[in-house]
Design a binder for this molecule. Structure first.
Ligand code: ADP
Ligand code: ZN
Length: 735
């Protein structure tokens, strides 16, 4: 059933349209040889022509079937095992399969008539013979090609002026053969490669590598959690495991949270693989459509040994996958928050199962879901309990904000610590998880704040651009002179943001070099990379940032980490808020003291007694996880229960309310294994001018929840036009 050379003439096609199922199409005689599983095809759907993906051959059809019109790419985009994986993923997240696959494939491939061009090149191969041609230029060019047996026209153009005519002549004289080949763009060709300094693994690292190697040898699905404290050398373990897999002839897939934010990790991978002659594909959000298309096709052809990328790389069509690594597996960015709402960390495990691959989930602060799977024996735990080279973890102190007076953002303790750090010529990181100058402008006469007209949220004030902006819908205005409500002239910025912190640091420490890393400063291409380079070179003294600065950076000269305020995050009405805060603070603390000098962390908070903070201060992941899991179990929350979040939205408030009530009654009817919670207004009850209501489905088992999702398909029909329903299976954010 796999090849097109058989007698099957009908294919299942996942069309790019909001349909739950694949559709059958007849493959006309003329196309039988070029239609393959994974082919992107053009097919009729109603009166339109749409793109679809061939998922399987299914025998003979009735004569009524419509026909495949055209095969778009010269080579299939994925293989049979990937087709099965994509379909399972779409089914699990209740998303139309064709649209799910469109999301999975490189951007720029969804319009039937527009395609990134495939670049062409000419490959010249020597024909074995002793003699040489007579012309001088002919001799020179041939001599060079003979040293390498074959060369591309593009390579020869770099060495010779207009070589084409001479090459043509050499072909005519029968010294060379020529063929047309595809040329793949190499987006990294221009970047320098850092040298990788080999290290001797310590005992825990070696132990982890050995266990992963044994599993690789067995060639079966085997999930691991690599639980290593910050700075314990997880990257080195990944590299050795990948090398072992490659020796066994199996390819590797490496997922990282946000590739633009992990230049150091990617740099280390590139240098290591360059030295070991490994073909690495980096699927980067900054690639052009053409570059991404090239990389994808190389991967599908089996030309790439290792693929590294952010969440969507989980779909990369490596034909012979043996190892999947999910670095920082706790990271929220593995969950896609719109459209096809998959979680790449979970899909990595499904894929490992389906393709007999070893899966390594790495983190210093594993998600409680993964940790619980270790406790129940479904995932094997590998521990790296210490930092490399006997470096200690930093000292973490909590600073009580209730004792802090005045309106400076830094407490005296943090100011003093920063002062001594700077005097010692060391670097500091300051985390403030709020960009802009202040979260709102408040009228000090009547207490009104300025809110977004489209969303249920205050507008963030940025002083640099002198603007009030909504972080959700991008609505923007110039700050008014006076309050709309009372006409008073005392509109003042309230609360703190990174801009304001930067201003305060500059005022306190005059000659200090300060930089800021947040969505506002990092949106230009290469900005993040430049900042990381400057930090590493010691050209910045204080780096201020949002949670971006907590991610994976390895700056050896950072000895102080200050956290300005964690209380907003702690108080979010979400059962995962403590887990998120624990993870964020442990990660950012882990940036301190990674070099020769020990690190120190100060966390300012109003909630000095909070248990999560206490565990952070003691570097006690296990203690935190045990306590938190106990609470989750008592309430049947994940990982002990399962959730599906339904969000209804509409411009019409009455309509959305009625639809939500009706849907909730329908779902509750005759059903005992699933709790139907709500409908209730979403935390962001209005977003981009839409009113939003949510219904949360909760169950101790997956199966009944699945049945409800299937049932939802019938109930969906009754939702009136103008009301949208989104289904989020295993939701992460429920705002
Ligand atoms: P993690 O990802 O666990 O936080 P990294 O992989 O970034 O840690 O490693 C931290 C630092 O330790 C890196 O600079 C790395 O080169 C170094 N390192 C890794 N393994 C060893 C080792 N066995 N001996 C000495 N240094 C090591
Ligand atoms: Zn808005």
């Amino acid at each position: 059933m796999t090849a097109s050379g058989n007698t099957d003439s009908v294919v299942d096609v996942a069309v790019v349209a909001p349909l739950d199922k694949t559709l059958s199409y007849e493959v006309p005689e003329a196309l039988r040889d070029c239609v393959k599983i994974g082919s992107r095809v053009k097919v009729p759907l109603g009166r339109r022509q749409v793109v679809g993906y061939v998922m399987a051959w299914t025998g003979h059809g009735e004569s009524r079937l419509k026909s495949v019109l055209e095969v778009i790419d010269p080579q299939p985009l994925f293989h049979e095992q990937h087709a099965r994986f994509y379909l399972r993923s779409a089914l699990y997240y209740d998303y139309p399969p064709g649209e799910a696959i469109r999301t999975a494939l490189p951007a720029g491939l969804s319009a039937p008539d527009r395609n990134p061009t495939i670049l062409k090149d000419k490959l010249y191969r020597v024909i074995t013979r002793e003699d040489s041609p007579s012309g001088e230029k002919q001799k020179k060019i041939l001599a060079l090609i003979r040293t390498q047996q074959q060369m591309l026209l593009s390579q020869l153009r770099e060495r010779f002026d207009a070589p084409h005519a001479v090459l043509q002549r050499l072909v005519e004289l029968n010294f060379l053969q020529v063929e047309t080949v595809e040329r793949c763009r190499d987006p990294f060709a221009a970047l320098p490669i850092e040298t990788h300094h080999p290290v001797v693994l310590n005992a825990s690292q070696q132990g982890a590598v050995d266990k992963i190697s044994t599993a690789l040898q067995q060639g079966q699905y085997c999930p691991f959690l690599l639980h290593g404290v910050t700075g314990s050398g997880k990257t080195e373990v990944y590299l050795r495991a990948i090398a072992r897999g490659l020796e066994l002839g199996r390819q590797a897939l490496v997922l990282v949270p946000e590739i633009a934010l992990t230049p150091q990790l990617v740099g280390r991978f590139r240098s290591w693989f360059q030295q070991h002659n490994v073909n690495l594909a980096v699927l980067h959000s900054g690639l052009s459509d053409g570059e991404r298309y090239d990389a994808w096709r190389q991967v599908a052809r089996g030309d790439m040994d290792v693929v590294i990328g952010a969440r969507s790389a989980v779909f990369a069509p490596l034909p012979n996958l043996g190892l999947v690594i999910v670095d920082e597996e706790h990271d929220g960015s593995y969950k896609q928050s719109e459209g096809f709402r998959y979680n790449a960390r979970d899909l990595a495990q499904l894929r490992g199962q389906m393709e007999d691959a070893v899966v390594v989930l790495g983190s210093a602060t594993p998600s409680l879901t993964t940790f619980q799977r270790c406790r129940s024996g479904q995932v094997k735990k590998l521990d790296l309990p210490e930092r490399t080279a006997d470096r200690p973890l930093p000292d973490v102190e909590l600073v009580d904000l209730t004792l802090h007076e005045g309106d400076k953002l830094l407490t005296q303790q943090l100011e003093d610590a920063l002062k001594s750090t700077l005097e010692a010529g060391e670097q500091a990181l300051l985390l403030l998880n709020r960009r802009g100058y202040a979260p709102f402008l408040l009228c000090h006469d009547c207490g009104a704040s300025i809110r977004c007209p489209n969303c249920d949220i205050t507008l963030t004030y940025t002083q640099i651009k002198r603007a009030l902006r909504c972080h959700y819908c991008d609505y923007q205005i110039v700050p008014p002179e006076s309050c709309d409500r009372c006409g008073g002239a005392n509109l003042l910025p309230e609360g703190m943001g990174t801009e304001r912190l930067e201003e305060e640091i500059r005022a306190l420490f005059k000659d200090t070099r300060v930089a800021r890393m947040d969505r506002d400063t990092m949106n230009r291409k290469g900005a993040h990379h430049r900042l990381v380079t400057q930090m590493t070179a010691g050209e910045i003294d204080v780096l201020i940032g949002t949670q971006m600065i907590a991610k994976g950076h390895d700056f050896p000269a950072v000895t102080l980490v200050g956290v300005l305020n964690v209380d907003t995050a702690l108080n979010l009405p979400d059962f995962r808020s403590a887990e998120r805060v624990f993870s964020l603070l442990s990660q950012v603390s882990g940036r301190a003291g990674r070099g020769d000098r020990p690190g120190r962390v100060l966390i300012q908070t109003y909630a000095i007694d909070n248990y999560a903070l206490d565990f952070v201060a003691r570097h006690d992941y296990q203690g935190f996880a045990d306590l938190e899991l106990e609470q989750r179990q008592a309430l049947d929350y994940p990982p002990y229960g399962y959730l599906v979040n339904l969000v209804l939205s509409s411009n019409d408030e009455a309509k959305v309310n009625a639809a939500a009530d009706k849907l909730s009654i329908g779902l509750s009817h005759d059903n005992h294994d699933v709790d139907v919670l709500g409908p209730a207004p979403c935390l962001l009850a209005r977003l981009r001018n839409k009113y939003r209501r949510q219904i949360l489905l909760k169950s101790q088992q997956r199966e009944p929840l699945r049945r409800q999702v299937v049932r939802l398909k019938q109930l969906k029909e009754k939702i009136p036009a103008g009301v949208q329903l989104t289904v989020d299976v295993d939701p992460v954010d429920m705002f």
